[in-house]
Design a protein around this ligand. Structure first.
Ligand code: ADP
Ligand code: MG
Length: 351
C-alpha cells in the first residue's frame, strides 16, 4: 500500500506530537508553517517554511500531500478553504469559522441546549458601559486569542472607562464565572456515531494558562456523564472528523458550562501519550487518515504539568523515575510563560 503523506498546517508543539504519532503509524508528515523556528521542524519528515499565501509553496504542498490537517486553528480561513478545494482538509474548515469566533461559538453551544456563561458582543466603549450590569466579567477579543492573550478582567464601571479600545473593536464580554473547577473532554470522532472518548481531565490554570491536568477528575458522576455527552453531541453536530476538545467550567452552584471548543488536539490531553493505549494525537491521525478505530483504554491515572519559561532549564537535568516522562518542545528561545515542555507522571489505577 502507498504510504500516506499527511500535511499539517502549523508548527507548534501540537504539530510535533502529531508527527511523533504519525511516525508510529508509518505516515509521512509534511509540516507547513509561517515560523522558521517552528518546534515541529525537528519532528516532521519534511518542513516547509513560508507565508501561507505563497503560491509556489501552496502548489508544492497540495501536490505532495494526500490529506491535510492543522494543529493551530487560526490559519487564515481563505487558505484553508482553498486547500480544501484541492485536497481534503480535516476537520472541515467550515467548523473553524464557528469555533474561532467566541460569539458564534457560544451561540452554537446554546442552540444545542448546552449552557455557557452570559455574554455580550462589544463593538465600542458605549456597548461596554451599557453592559456594566454583568460585571465582573472578562473582556476578550472575539477572535485570535489563546493562552489568555487578548483578555482583560473588568470589575467595575471605572475599569470600563479606563480601558483603551481601538476603533474596529470586535470583543466579547463574558460574565465572570465563580469557578469551582475546570474540566475538559477530548473526543475523537471518526464518522457518524463513531467516537473514542477520553474521560474528563481536571484542569488548573494560572494567569489563564493551563498549568496542571489530571485524571481522574474529582467530579460528580453527573458532571462526568454530562460533560462526555455534551462533547459527543458537539462533535456530532459539527460533523467533526478528528480530535476535538470541549473546555468546561463548573461553577460554585454546580452548573456545568461550556467555556470553549478547540477544533484540534489539546494541551489537557498530553498525558494520553502515557496514560492510554492510544493517545489523542494517534486517534486524530487515525480519524483524519481513515485508519482503523481502536478501542481506547486508560492504562494509568496521570497528572501532566506544563513547563513554562525558564523552568525548562531544571527539567533538562531532572532524573526521571520509571513513571515519569518529560517532553522538551525544543523551542529555541525561552520566553516568560511560554510553554517550553511538559512533564507527566503516571500511577496505577486503584479501583
Ligand atoms: P484561551 O482561548 O486563551 O484558552 P479561555 O477563554 O479558555 O481562553 O480562558 C482561559 C482561562 O481563563 C480559562 O480556562 C479560565 O481559567 C479563565 N477564564 C476565562 N474566561 C472566564 C470566565 N468568564 N470566568 C471565569 N474564568 C474565566
Ligand atoms: Mg481555553
Amino acid at each position: 500500500m502507498k504510504r500516506i503523506n499527511l500535511g499539517i498546517l502549523g508548527g507548534g508543539q501540537l504539530g510535533s506530537m502529531l508527527c511523533m504519532a504519525a511516525k508510529k503509524l508509518d505516515i509521512f508528515t509534511i509540516v507547513w508553517s509561517d515560523d522558521p523556528m517552528s518546534p515541529a521542524k525537528e519532528f516532521s519528515d519534511e518542513f516547509i517554511f513560508s507565508n501561507y499565501s505563497d503560491n509556489e509553496k501552496f502548489n508544492y504542498f497540495t501536490k505532495k500531500v494526500d490529506k491535510i490537517t492543522f494543529e493551530f486553528e487560526n490559519i487564515p480561513s481563505d487558505i484553508l478553504d482553498k486547500l480544501n478545494s484541492i485536497k481534503e482538509v480535516l476537520p472541515n474548515p467550515q467548523i473553524n469559522k464557528v469555533v474561532q469566533n467566541r460569539i458564534l461559538e457560544k451561540n452554537f453551544v446554546n442552540n444545542q441546549n448546552i449552557k455557557t456563561t452570559e455574554y455580550k458582543k462589544i463593538n465600542n466603549k458605549d456597548d461596554l458601559i451599557s453592559n456594566v450590569n454583568i460585571l465582573p466579567a472578562m473582556l476578550k477579543t472575539n477572535t485570535l486569542g489563546y493562552d489568555g492573550k487578548g483578555q482583560f478582567k473588568l470589575n467595575n464601571l471605572e475599569d470600563c472607562k479606563n480601558i483603551n479600545l481601538s476603533k474596529n473593536t470586535d470583543f466579547i464580554l463574558e460574565k465572570m464565572v465563580n469557578l469551582k473547577k475546570e474540566i475538559s473532554v477530548i473526543v475523537t470522532r471518526f464518522k457518524k456515531n463513531e467516537y473514542e472518548i477520553y474521560e474528563p481531565f481536571e484542569n488548573k490554570h494560572e494567569d489563564q494558562i493551563l498549568r496542571v491536568s489530571k485524571i481522574p477528575a474529582n467530579i460528580s458522576k453527573e458532571h462526568f456523564s454530562q460533560s462526555v455527552e455534551y462533547a459527543k453531541k458537539i462533535s456530532e453536530k459539527l460533523d467533526y472528523v478528528g480530535t476535538l476538545c470541549v473546555e468546561f467550567f463548573i461553577d460554585d452552584k454546580e452548573n456545568l458550562l461550556v467555556n470553549e471548543i478547540a477544533p484540534r488536539v489539546h494541551n489537557s490531553g498530553h498525558m494520553t501519550i502515557n496514560s492510554h493505549n492510544i493517545s489523542q494525537f494517534e486517534n486524530h491521525i487515525r480519524a483524519v487518515c481513515g485508519l482503523e478505530k481502536i478501542k481506547t483504554l486508560k492504562l494509568y491515572n496521570a497528572e501532566m504539568t506544563n513547563i513554562l519559561g525558564n523552568e525548562i532549564i531544571k527539567f533538562k537535568e531532572k532524573k526521571l523515575q520509571d513513571n515519569e516522562f518529560f517532553f522538551d518542545y525544543l523551542k529555541k528561545e525561552i520566553k516568560e510563560k511560554r510553554k517550553m515542555g511538559h512533564f507527566t507522571e503516571i500511577n496505577k489505577i486503584n479501583d
